[in-house]
Design a protein around this ligand. Structure first.
Ligand SMILES: *Cc1c(COP(=O)(O)O)cnc(C)c1O
Length: 369
């Protein structure tokens, strides 16, 4: 049996009728840049997350980068970020001229270890960037408390967590800014690149609007620095149709995760993902830990199962950040997780028989104890 890591085909088939019609309308109107479709999607996305504003941008990376600029982050500043995340979280900080300051993660949720944040705060710290890794919210209450105590901004990297909840609130609307990615394989994915910034702060929103569109005051008058970072109308159309089905698709991921958990419960040598209390995990990634990771990975691949590793190298050990002076052993939890983690195939339309096949093969491959 061949089991891909993800399969976007069935999602597209569900939306293509309505989306292709809207695409036909777009071509007739011709408002390709920041037109009706982008406004419609921004307003439905803001409604979905529960923020006053949503602003479509080029990518999740740009959502973080422009978000940081909007918060006034720049050279000589420091931003606290977990070391165990995708490189874009830290790159967005570096692009502004600020320095990422890494913090270890907690073993159970793979999210930033809130007990280690305060030790990383210095006189230069300006913001904390929690990452809702794999689709599960970081523990935001203590993060907000620390931010308040030291006068820091909070920018949520919600690139993997469209629809995840923390104490009944959607992630993205908890900090000052939420940043989302619509990279095709994300829970809400475009047919290319795309991203979104959400916020309740109207002044910040106005500033971000200029940042994404050349600092425009009017068509050819520019009163501030800005970039070309706009969400395409074409992407907005397909995303808007997908958004209508996102809750349903997230539920299906949760069901698939439940099936994996039932099938793998109590199997020696496998550490299953756990959900913190008051969290709705939307399983962008179903990450398990095994001791003989590389062997298991190869074994799964030999059975036609496409498993991946998110992520094999924590950011403090990436060559690109050598200059920051971190070393092996600085963040032991992230280092151990990066040696043991495997992401199993998961997507809304995965079948029970496929989940059973993965579980069966996996059981035969893990080293017990
Ligand atoms: C995908 C991702 C990003 C970057 O999003 P792009 O749209 O690919 O630029 C940032 N942070 C995390 C945690 C991600 O998973």
């Amino acid at each position: 049996m061949k089991i891909p890591f993800t399969d976007l085909g069935p999602q597209f088939r569900e939306i293509k009728g309505a989306a292709n019609r809207a695409f036909g309308e777009l071509v007739k109107r011709g408002d390709y840049i920041l037109g009706q479709d982008v406004r419609d999607f921004e307003s439905s996305f803001a409604g979905f997350i529960g923020t006053k504003h949503a602003l479509g941008v080029n990518s999740g990376t740009d959502a973080l980068f422009l978000g940081l600029l909007g918060l006034g982050i720049g050279p000589k500043d420091e931003v606290i970020v977990p070391t165990y995340t995708y490189i874009a979280s830290a790159f967005a900080i570096t692009y502004t001229g600020a320095t990422p300051v890494f913090v270890d993660i907690e073993e159970k949720t793979f999210n930033i270890d809130i007990s280690k944040i305060e030790k990383a705060v210095t006189s230069k710290t300006r913001a904390i960037m929690p990452v809702h890794l794999y689709g599960q919210s970081a523990d935001m209450r203590p993060i907000l408390r620390i931010a308040k105590k030291y006068g820091l901004k909070v920018i949520e990297d919600a690139a993997q967590a469209h629809g995840a909840e923390y104490h009944g609130k959607k992630v993205g609307c908890i900090g000052d800014i939420g940043a989302f990615s619509f990279y095709p394989t994300k829970n809400l994915g475009a047919l290319g690149d795309g991203g979104m910034i959400v916020t309740n702060d109207t002044r910040l929103y106005e500033k971000l609007k200029k940042l994404r569109d050349y600092g425009r005051k009017s068509k050819y008058e520019h009163d501030s620095m800005g970039y070309n970072s706009r969400l395409d109308a074409v992407q907005a159309i397909y995303l808007n149709e997908k958004l209508k089905r996102l809750d349903k698709w997230n539920e299906k991921r949760i069901q698939a995760a439940d099936i994996y958990k039932k099938l793998l419960k109590g199997v020696g040598g496998i550490n299953l993902p756990s959900e913190a209390r008051n969290n709705k995990h939307i399983y962008h990634v179903f990450g398990i830990r095994v001791k003989n990771r590389d062997q298991v990975l190869e074994g799964l691949r030999n059975c036609g199962i496409e498993a991946l590793v998110h992520y094999p190298v924590p950011l403090h050990l990436q060559d690109v950040y050598k200059g920051l002076g971190y070393k092996q052993g600085d963040f032991p939890v992230a280092e151990q997780v990066s040696r043991e983690i495997i992401s199993l195939p998961i997507y809304p339309h995965i079948k029970r028989s496929q989940l059973e096949y993965v579980a069966k093969k996996l059981k035969g491959l893990v080293k017990n104890g």
